[in-house]
Write a protein that binds this ligand. Structure first.
Ligand code: CDP
Ligand code: MG
Length: 730
């Protein structure tokens, strides 16, 4: 069977024949050697002394801890791997420099061992005696999977010496000395501990990504350094800061921290041959699939890493790849598809690091998480769609605005990082599904998030620790419009008063690990007697993946089975019906309830039948448990329920989503009450074809027009009582 018969649209293949690409292909080689093939000499930090042999692992100077049971063979293989990482040669120099300096900037190529090794070196050198070593990551998956790896390397159970803390999930205890956390979690810790006094070292990792939280954290670290280490202060508990980045933008970080010392660690980068398409591609999923099979059929062994914008693209490509790889002749290597994105469960995350079995080829479908935060071994081919999802704030005409998640072209710096992933273990190949011209037109590097995101939550958190974003010493400061818009939003939900002062309500809202809008709905539910319902809804909204699955060839079947879940007032109560439908499966039947496994199976089957993502429901249940704790702390009863009454639930939600309200116009579209933006209801909404006087919605998505998603019909009178019409007062 030839390759051509395998694929659906063979006449539009990127490659017209099956000869190895090195001879004939439609991709044009871009550079003889690639732009990642950096010239650099020596290994380890650039100033490291003459190479010395790697010292034997040192005795830990931290208290004795429980060892996880590992066979000696496995344990020594892991130590061997550690010693072979490029960073290992610079170990002593790193320890020396970090010990000697208050702030150190460490630059090193992806995969050199920065994230996993630096904290362990510092631990082993005794720097975690007075306080913990905290390492921040922009993404949850990176924090949890790195903590798992490092605890394995330390030979201790996860949550022991090495732990993690991400929103709604924590594995850390009294023995924890090394803690991986998201930058958001550490900025939250500032609320209760403004000097981060539990930490003796903070490692700000992936600093080049310049997330909003990283920037806020860097500003706060600068302040904390002054307060904890400043002259005249008792230096009992000094703080050290290490800023780590995979790209060469060290100077800016160094300047920010008063010309902090910069260390470089050289990675192991082999040449990567880069190909561009000769024409621009309209359907990157289809192009990626065809390119994958072309590699699979023509090219020698080696795993393939495909960069896609988000989870939905990953799941859709996964389906197509699975379908077509089943049709390959049996003598072909098996295709092993491994997705890697934020919403994956911890247990699934580790799959990607397992060695590829002989006779198969791993195909990893990843978001930009695999660009610099996670290094996957065995990759020889990279397929780069040239797209990523980016949060961006769209300012409305009257100063109001909203965050949208847009699929956008990546930057040159991302494109180079992506290509570099192919050359870690040997020469590699990168297939860019865009033209060389498109590459040249890309922006150099992403804009810091603080300049393009909503500041609502950030400003609220800062206010709680008595900080004013306009007075904070930031690497880049947001413009006034973005600040004013966030303040308006905070005013609408009652978090600040008309003199921009934090209200007691604002403080309560900040105590919930939720977006302020969702926290507002929870607080409103207290007086309206529907906390149980609101927690069910909000915990799904706060989870990282979608609840309803959409299978394009099964739309009518889906509509049929979901009919009984659909609530006439819209998406929020439909969601509530779904959560309740799922959680009562197996409970009505006493025999299955007794048998836990049967109950679980019944629920799984229910989710499957209703095309509902069970992973989302399980994550939401976990979030709900934690929100119940937050409710107890805030002093209200999470069990209070309004039964089947819909009005209290919609009114509570409206309190939170007051900024996201719209009224119908004569032409059938809706006009936002704050900001006058015209919006349409997204086709995926249960409200899509309905015309009602007023709606609230979770978010706006921007495709060819502006759509509201997660929509409910509300009474117009709700809005008057919320003050959504009075936004200009703020
Ligand atoms: O931070 P940097 O990119 O410099 O490297 P790292 O994340 O510390 O990765 C060092 C090595 O650990 C890489 O070879 C990874 O493949 C490996 N690793 C692993 O095997 N399992 C993990 N969960 C994480 C990293
Ligand atoms: Mg790293």
């Amino acid at each position: 069977m030839s390759f051509t018969t395998v694929l659906p649209s063979s006449n539009s293949k990127l490659f017209k024949n099956t000869t190895p690409m090195s001879k004939k292909h439609k991709f044009k080689p871009q550079f003889g050697r690639n732009e990642n093939d950096r010239k650099s000499s020596g290994s380890g930090p650039s100033h490291s002394p003459a190479k010395r042999p790697m010292p034997p692992p040192q005795a830990h100077s931290t208290p004795p801890r429980k060892k996880a049971r590992l066979s000696n063979g496995v344990a020594s293989a892991i130590q061997e791997q550690r010693r072979e990482l490029p960073i290992a040669r610079g170990r002593e120099a790193l320890i020396r420099e970090i010990s000697a300096n208050e702030v150190t900037v460490l630059i090193g190529e992806t995969g050199s061992g920065k994230t996993t090794q630096v904290p362990q070196y510092l631990l082993e050198a005794g720097l975690a005696q007075a306080g913990m070593i905290g390492i921040t990551q922009p993404r949850k998956v990176a924090a949890t999977s790195l903590a798992a790896r490092v605890s394995l390397e330390q030979g201790t159970p996860l949550g022991g010496c090495v732990g993690y803390a991400v929103r709604f999930d924590e594995r850390a205890g009294p023995d924890t000395r090394v803690k991986y956390l998201t930058d958001g979690m550490l900025t939250r810790e500032l609320l209760g501990d403004p000097l981060l006094s539990r930490y003796s070292v903070i490692v700000v990792d992936e600093a080049h990504e310049r997330t909003l939280r990283t920037d806020l954290l860097l500003a706060n670290l600068k302040r904390i350094l002054r307060e904890r280490n400043g002259s005249g202060k008792q230096k009992e508990n000094p703080l050290k800061v290490v800023v780590m980045s995979a790209t060469m933008d060290a100077e800016k970080f160094s300047r920010f921290f008063n010309d902090a010392k910069i260390l470089y660690v050289k990675g192991r980068q082999h040449p990567v041959k880069i190909y561009h398409t000769s024409q621009s591609q309209t359907d990157y999923i289809d192009s990626a699939m065809r390119t994958f099979f072309q590699i699979h059929v023509d090219q020698p062994p080696g795993d393939v890493l495909i960069f896609l914008p988000g989870q939905e693209d990953i799941e859709s490509l996964q389906k197509s790849l699975e379908m077509f790889s089943r049709q390959l002749p049996i003598d072909f290597p098996t295709v092993l598809i491994v997705p890697m994105f934020a919403a994956l469960q911890a247990s699934q995350q580790q799959d990607v690091f397992k060695p590829t079995p002989k006779g198969s080829r791993k195909c990893i479908l990843a978001t930009n998480i695999a660009e610099t935060s996670i290094t996957i071994p065995g990759v020889r081919y990279v397929i780069d769609t040239g797209k990523s999802k980016e949060k961006r704030y769209l300012a409305g005409p009257t100063g109001s605005g909203f965050d949208t998640l847009l699929t956008r072209d990546i930057t040159k710096s991302s494109a180079m990082q992506r290509a570099g992933r192919a050359g870690r273990e040997g020469p590699g190949f990168c297939y860019r599904l865009y033209t060389e011209d498109a590459f040249k037109q890309m922006a150099a590097a992403p804009e810091p998030e603080i300049l393009r995101c909503s500041l609502v939550q950030a400003i609220l958190q800062l206010m709680c620790v008595g900080q004013d974003i306009q007075e904070l010493e930031l690497m880049d400061s947001p413009d006034d419009d973005a600040i004013i818009s966030a303040l308006k939003n905070l005013f609408i939900i009652g978090a600040i008063d008309d003199k921009r002062r934090l209200t007691p309500l604002g403080r309560v809202l900040a105590s919930f690990p939720l977006e302020p809008a969702h926290a507002r709905a929870v607080v409103a539910s207290k007086d309206l007697g529907c906390t149980s319902e609101i927690l069910d809804i909000v915990s799904v909204l706060a989870s990282s993946s979608k609840l309803f699955l959409d299978v394009s060839d099964k739309r009518s079947e889906i509509a049929d089975v979901r009919r009984k879940l659909v609530h006439p007032s819209g998406d929020h109560l439909t969601l509530l019906n779904t959560v309740r439908g799922y959680s009562t499966v197996g409970i009505a039947d006493a025999s299955t309830q007794e048998n836990g496994k049967a109950g679980r199976n019944a629920r799984r089957e229910w989710a499957r039948q209703h095309f509902v993502n069970e992973r989302t429901l399980r994550e939401a249940a976990n979030i709900r448990d934690q929100l119940r704790v937050s409710c107890e702390r805030a002093g209200f009863d999470w069990k209070v329920s309004c039964g089947d009454a819909e009005e209290p639930v919609l009114l509570a939600l409206s309190h939170g989503l007051a900024q996201n309200a719209a009224l119908i116009t004569p032409d059938g579209t809706y006009k936002q009450t704050a900001g006058q933006q015209i919006v349409k209801i997204h086709p995926s909404s249960t409200m899509a074809d309905k015309k009602v006087p007023a709606i609230i919605f979770d978010e706006l998505v921007y495709t060819n027009q502006i759509y509201a998603r997660g929509v409910s019909s509300i009474q117009k009178s709700f809005l008057a009582s919320l003050g959504a019409f009075n936004t200009r007062k703020a």
